[in-house]
Design a protein around this ligand. Structure first.
Ligand code: CP3
Length: 357
């Protein structure tokens, strides 16, 4: 079932000069598939690196709405993609719940405090009280919507509850996230309390983003693939389901990385779009998800290091294989050292595609 189309949403779509993304998300006919890249804001663009170098760090960019707006729009100007994604991070949610994060250059996120025992879960702030502190994100979305002036839709996002929980327990990135997975086995009740608190906060946060102008919401479950299928059913899906059911105003994309085993259940969620990583073929993804949803993905980000003809041929084949109800993207975020010219070759290859070609 697709989301109800509210009047305000229709008005919004009408005022967009390029609404390919929203039409594709709702399963409507499009002339060609829309294209954008996960992690397109920042990292690969020299303009971003220059701005970033002049600041105290990543968090200053995220927390200053004018700067977040500037960085969000850079890939629209530079790459000509069909959507903007607000410059922020999934880790702003654990921060307002009580666990501050730091972004260590060259290493990634680090939490000075993590959840160690059940009492730590009880102390966390949740729901509206936490989400209200994310005012700087709502402000950034408002500014960006105004600056985009209808050029392309703006995507808002949040981490899925399991992925956020994984960072809250682990305190940084990890190959195994074994501290977080251990907690699921040792403290299942407390795990559910924590996941519910994250879910409540995320729903309020996403509502704030939509109120500020986000046209579509993507939920990133980046660490879905490290759970067993049974754990995914118990500790991940029910909370994503709550988020999908709570967000009714705009289309929702669920991207659960490496969770091919859960695609049939993800296909049953009340979302519009399912993100696919590169471990699944377009045909297999469609078979597992079913006919209802729009699919998004799934080029291997490493393909963007290949020669031009290889990038073009593989991209065209992928677009052809996904067929209708499709949003073109990579199978995960673009890697920071990807040559910018190759990103442009990819985007242009999609833009030259027509369904008759
Ligand atoms: O997509 C976009 O361009 C919008 C911005 C965005 C960022 N992070 C900016 C960022 C988005 C959507 C995210 C989501 C995010 N953040 C995820 C989910 C997507 C995924 O990749 O699985 C995750 C797991 C995080 C957590 C995070 N933030 C990590 C692990 C890191 C370090 C490694 C890395 O990817 O660079 C970050 C830092 C981060 N988030 C940067 C950017 C531009 C790099 C910061 C810098 O400039 O040094």
């Amino acid at each position: 079932m697709n989301k109800e189309q509210s009047t305000s949403q229709e008005k919004e779509t009408a005022s967009l000069k390029n609404d390919l993304l929203l039409r594709a998300a709702r399963g409507e006919a499009v002339e060609r598939p829309p294209v954008w890249l996960m992690r397109q804001a920042g990292r690969i663009l020299p303009q971003y690196r220059e701005l970033r170098a002049s600041l105290s760090g990543f968090k200053e960019l995220v927390e200053t709405p004018e700067l977040a707006c500037e960085v969000t729009i850079q890939p629209i100007d530079e790459l000509g993609v069909d959507a903007a994604i607000i410059f922020s991070d999934i880790l702003v949610v654990p921060e307002v719940m009580g666990l501050r994060y730091e972004m260590i250059p060259g290493k990634g996120p680090m939490f000075p405090m993590t959840i160690q025992i059940e009492e730590d879960v009880d102390k966390l702030i949740a729901g509206e009280k936490a989400a209200l502190q994310l005012d700087y994100v709502y402000k950034a979305i408002e500014l960006t919507k105004a600056a985009l002036n209808g050029r392309v839709p703006l995507i808002g996002f949040a981490g899925a509850p399991w992925t956020i929980m994984a960072y809250m327990l682990e305190g940084s990135g990890s190959k195994t996230f074994s501290k977080a997975r251990r907690f699921l086995y040792k403290k299942p009740i407390s795990s559910h309390v924590l996941l519910q608190k994250i879910t409540d906060t995320t729903i309020d946060y996403l509502r704030g983003q939509i109120k500020a102008g986000a046209d579509l919401i993507q939920v990133f479950d980046s660490w879905a693939g490290i759970l067993t299928p049974e754990q995914y059913r118990i500790f991940a899906l029910p909370y994503i389901r709550q988020i999908c059911e709570a967000i009714t105003e705009v289309p929702v994309t669920v991207f659960a990385k490496n969770a091919w085993f859960a695609l049939p259940e993800i296909g049953q969620l009340d979302c519009n779009v399912v993100g696919i990583d590169w471990n699944t073929t377009p045909q297999e993804a469609r078979r597992l998800v079913g006919e209802d949803k729009t699919l998004q993905g799934n080029l291997d980000p490493c393909l963007l290091y290949a020669p031009e003809d290889k990038i073009c041929a593989t991209t065209h084949q992928m677009v052809h294989d996904f067929g209708k109800k499709y949003i073109c993207n990579l199978g995960h975020g673009v890697y920071p050292d990807t040559p910018l010219d190759n990103v442009k070759i990819f985007v242009d290859a999609v833009k030259s595609f027509t369904f008759d070609s």
